[in-house]
Write a protein that binds this ligand. Structure first.
Ligand code: AMP
Length: 288
């Protein structure tokens, strides 16, 4: 695996594979790689000829300066892990390579997809930052396929809409959430959790389990599901930023589980912001 830091070097590295018609897969990440990221890299390895991993802590998608400052940065270790998982090229640009002096363009998707849930709680700039940097990464790498995780379910919808609205020639693949053995969704931010908060953080998964169990038990009203999920959070002394039961495509609130629903939760656990979600099928089963 080769590590490059400039856009010119990415283009150089991919010129020949592209000329040969090799299928290029991109896995965009902010680094501090864990098994969730590596599952995306492995899937890209299985489906593509060239696997590019980008590693960029994108400042414009952080609404909280201290969250950005303390975001873990482990580039050397990331390079080792990405290589072992099958990446051919690691693109780890400095901020000024992506946002040179005078940079003033923003790619923004308007409407509920970016304004609800994460958009409502982190502010509209969050998804503007995501869609701007992902557009740039797509233009830099020009992948045939790009891989994202379902842990960031709303982000996946936003990226799919970006690709549709701007006719970007890339196929988006969404991969299942990878969890710790006890159920906590893997996240680069989990390293910040104290032992006590690590135990409390399980409340997010327990809330989703409670939602699923409530539907499996025959309840269909969103209120009943929400009450059960909130009770599980309260048992772990977690006050959610949001606990939402929504349409998995539009993110509009639903009153009843008469079709598949997405249950999404975000919470601050001891100063660390965590998110998780699950897709519940109307026919009782958990589907993701
Ligand atoms: P991040 O570095 O947090 O921006 O994540 C980079 C990509 O990895 C995004 O597409 C995330 O959705 C995905 N990802 C992060 N955590 C997980 C996880 N636990 N399981 C699956 N995908 C994940």
């Amino acid at each position: 695996m080769t590590t490059v830091h400039t856009i010119a070097a990415v283009r150089d590295a991919l010129r020949e594979p592209r000329r040969q018609g090799r299928v290029i897969g991109l896995v965009p990440t902010m680094g501090a790689l864990h098994d969730g990221h590596l599952a995306l890299v492995r899937q890209a390895r299985a489906e593509c000829d060239e696997v590019v991993v980008s590693l960029f802590v994108n400042p414009t998608q952080f609404n909280d300066a201290s969250d950005l400052d303390r975001y873990p940065r482990t580039e050397e270790r990331d390079a080792q892990l990405a290589s072992e998982a099958g990446a051919n090229l690691l693109f780890a640009p400095p901020a000024h390579e992506i946002y040179p002096p005078g940079f003033s363009t923003s790619v923004q998707i308007a409407g509920p997809l970016t304004e609800s849930l994460e958009g409502a709680n982190r502010g509209p700039a969050h998804f503007h930052g995501v869609t701007t940097v992902v557009t740039k990464l797509f233009n830099i790498v020009q992948p045939d396929v790009a891989y994202f995780g379902r842990k960031d379910a709303q982000q996946g919808l936003v990226i799919r809409k970006l690709v549709r609205d701007l006719d970007l020639p890339v196929r988006i693949v969404l991969c299942p959430t990878v969890r710790e053995p006890d159920g906590l969704a893997m996240s680069s931010r989990n390293v910040h959790l104290s032992d006590g908060d690590r135990r409390r953080a399980l409340g997010l998964r327990r809330a989703l389990d409670a939602a699923e169990a409530t539907v499996a038990g025959g309840a269909r009203s969103a209120d009943a599901i929400s009450r059960a999920a909130r009770a599980a959070l309260a048992e772990c002394s977690i006050e959610p930023e949001y606990l939402a039961i929504v349409d998995p495509q539009t993110l509009a609130s639903v009153a009843a589980v008469d079709r598949d629903v997405l249950v999404a939760v975000a919470a601050d656990v001891g100063g660390t912001r965590l998110i998780d979600n699950t897709l519940i099928a109307a026919n009782n089963g958990r589907t993701g």
